[in-house]
Ligand binder design. Structure first.
Ligand code: AP5
Length: 232
């Protein structure tokens, strides 16, 4: 994947964005910025940001736009320019998208929308567990660890996220519909954008993502070649 790209993963809570992000980062050598993950780490550290975010996340609402945008800006500007960037969970509304435009520089944005039916998601979220140490994601019904409640990668314990309780999940869906769906509508018109079927098994979703990314790259290369020939 080219270094001047920002890939934005969008989709409802539990769509599988984090699961796909893990694989994409490995395969394409991308810098991952997962705002949910960053905020959970801040909560764990007990920082000022963490304390502010904890209560908001516990209700399933959005942390203020400027706060989250600053976290992303620092990571984008702090990293080297030789790698592409994968954004999981940012932007989440039109205001965050416009803040991103202010610091993305000349990087081109590619948007991947992971579409999943709502009833499938509820099962995924209530069964989700993650490793307290390395953050790796599991599911009690769909991708169980080899040893009960232990991470396959590092052996630390697996825990449930506070915001995966049913009442909070309902609120996260409401926020998604009100704030993120209008952003997706806008992104589908403005940027290189594609939808993948997230109802499939993780490996099949990943294959679809890779195929579509490859097709985009080929189209880009063909366009660049054409414009070079036009100039010659
Ligand atoms: P965040 O952590 O970003 O939560 P989310 O967007 O609601 O997404 P999730 O992490 O719940 O799900 P996912 O799509 O990553 O699915 P996963 O791969 O884990 O944000 C949390 C909170 O932080 C927000 O509510 C907000 O308060 C705050 N926040 C974050 N970003 C913010 C921002 N930009 N602005 C303001 N506030 C912000 O998969 C879910 C489960 O399903 C797992 O168990 C997994 O194993 C399983 N699974 C995944 N894929 C499949 C598949 N294909 N088949 C079967 N099972 C699957």
């Amino acid at each position: 994947m080219k270094s001047n790209c920002i890939i934005v993963l969008v989709g409802p809570p539990g769509a599988g964005k984090g699961t796909q992000a893990e694989k994409l980062v490995e395969e394409f050598d991308l810098v991952l910025i997962s705002t949910g993950q960053v905020l959970r780490e801040e909560v764990k550290k007990g920082s000022i940001l963490g304390r502010e975010a904890n209560e908001i996340m516990g209700r399933g609402e959005l942390v203020p736009d400027v706060v989250v945008a600053e976290v992303v800006r620092q990571r984008i500007n702090g990293g080297g320019s030789s790698q592409g960037i994968l954004l999981d969970g940012f932007p989440r509304n039109l205001s965050q998208a416009s803040l991103l435009e202010g610091f993305q520089g000349d990087r081109r944005v590619i948007v991947i929308n992971v579409h999943v039916d709502e009833e499938v998601i509820l099962k995924r979220l209530t069964g989700r567990r993650h490793c307290v140490d390395c953050g790796r994601i599991y599911n009690l019904w769909l991708s169980t660890p080899q040893q009960k409640d232990r991470c396959d990668a590092c052996g630390a314990s697996l825990v449930q996220r506070d915001d995966d309780r049913r009442a909070v999940v309902q609120n996260r869906f409401r926020v998604y519909r009100e704030e993120t769906e209008p952003l997706i509508e806008e992104y589908s018109k403005k940027h290189q954008y594609f939808v993948v079927d997230g109802n499939q098994k993780p490996q099949a979703v990943y294959k679809e993502v890779c195929n579509k990314l490859e097709k985009l790259e080929l189209e880009e290369d063909a366009l660049a070649m054409k414009s070079k020939q036009g100039m010659a």
